[in-house]
Design a protein. Sequence first.
Length: 266
Amino acid sequence: MPTPTHFLHPHMDVVYLIYGAAFMALGLMISVRQNTRSELALSPLLWLLAGFGFVHGTQEWLDMWRQLHGPQPVMDVLRPATQIASYLLLFDFGRRLLRHCLPAGSLGHRLLGPALYAPLLGGGGLLAWQSAEPLALASILSRYLLSLPASLLAGYALLRYTREQLIPAFGPAHRARLSRLGRLAGSAFFAYGFFGGLVVPAADWAPASLFNQNIFLDRVGLPVQLFRALCAIAITITLGRLLGIFQLETIQRIRTAWSATEDALD
């Protein structure tokens, strides 16, 4: 199936530049806003999300390099490798955060253990190994088996963590704001799950032959990379505002310490 053209076709290098920069901004924002002294369960997991931003941004800039300079053997290996690595980081963030929200010993808690990676990586790796084009198949399978579930896990985990732990921790005064930011961040990840996990490169096997980037471009008239970049920007903005919880936590600590000091002096 020939790739349909669009008015951005001559400028896809710019699209990839913005796309990669959006994810790099996500990683940089988290690195700057993260509070390593925080007692919140979210804090020690944020390095996974920052890593996802940096690694996936690198992968998109490799796509930009390919757009500018054409296919190269080394780049053809690096691109799917960085793509898979980035999705693993996002998957582990969602898995760990959601597992934290579930009761220890529950079915969901057990299913989200590290053993979950065995069927995903083993099955996908075996299929790619047996393919005539293992790198191309690995790239597509990583979207179905890692990007889609990783985005759904991260989105749902943020929604649940915000509702069940952040809002109770910071009280009714911040309920509306935290609830709104949690929903927005979760929705941005869900949207990325669709654009990044279901809209895959075209292939001659279902479901990639039935719904892919070429069909999306033909129907919508815009490349899916543009929508993925918008999702990355939305994730960065909403998470940046949500991570204001670290400032709230610091204020709470100061108030608690001040109250304890006053009580001790009375």
